[in-house]
Design a protein around this ligand. Structure first.
Ligand code: ZN
Length: 204
């Protein structure tokens, strides 16, 4: 949450986010720059902490969003439709919570409605909300699936996430091009292998 403290003349003086002032956050970034061997005062880096904070606001915007709001608008006039709805290849960009390194990949979702459906753009926004937080891929996969199951009260949800983890491809073991695949299923997908296979075929 953003808070701007005003001085007596009414102009903004200090901006806070989640209880930390922007000035303190910039100082922390300057320290990191020094720590890696840089001079934070040189021309090219002077404005970098400010730019990084601006980028972080966007990359971590998911902390200020609420899935209930995103999924609040549903449609019930579906004439008894009870077959699978799937959405494949929704790209996302997140950060691994263990190394602060990018996780870049795709999410595929399938669900079987029970009386109501949600707009496709809302599914994409839900993915975006969870991606724009520090993440563990397994957790993100389950969060997307469980949130949909709970809010749509559907017959079942399937979520598959495939992503490249930069903490693995650019450091440590340095395995480039390897994709991590995770899946999460609820409801009918857990005990009906035909439905599960139909979903897996629809996203392949
Ligand atoms: Zn990592």
């Amino acid at each position: 949450m953003n808070i701007v403290e005003k001085n007596l003349s009414g102009t903004a003086e200090k901006e806070f986010r989640n209880g930390v002032s922007n000035d303190d956050a910039k100082k922390a970034l300057e320290l990191l720059l020094k720590w890696i061997g840089e001079n934070p005062q040189r021309e090219g880096l002077k404005e970098t902490p400010k730019r990084v904070l601006k980028a972080y606001k966007e990359w971590f915007a998911g902390y200020n969003q609420n899935p209930v709001e995103i999924l609040s608008k549903t449609f019930e006039e579906i004439d008894g439709y009870r077959e699978m709805i799937s959405l494949k290849d929704v790209g996302f960009h997140s950060f691994c919570e263990h190394h602060f390194a990018p996780i870049i990949g795709k999410v595929h979702i399938g669900y079987i409605p029970n009386k109501k459906v949600v707009g496709l753009s809302k599914l994409a926004r839900l993915i975006e909300m969870y991606a724009r937080r520090l993440q563990v891929q397994e957790k993100m996969t389950a969060e997307i699936g469980n949130t949909l199951q709970n809010h749509l009260d559907c017959l079942g949800v399937g979520v598959v996430v495939e992503a490249e983890h930069h903490c693995m491809c650019s450091r440590g073991i340095k395995k480039q091009g390897s994709l991590m695949k995770t899946s999460h299923f609820t409801g009918i997908f857990l005990d009906n292998s035909d439905k599960k296979n139909e979903f897996m075929r629809s996203i392949s």
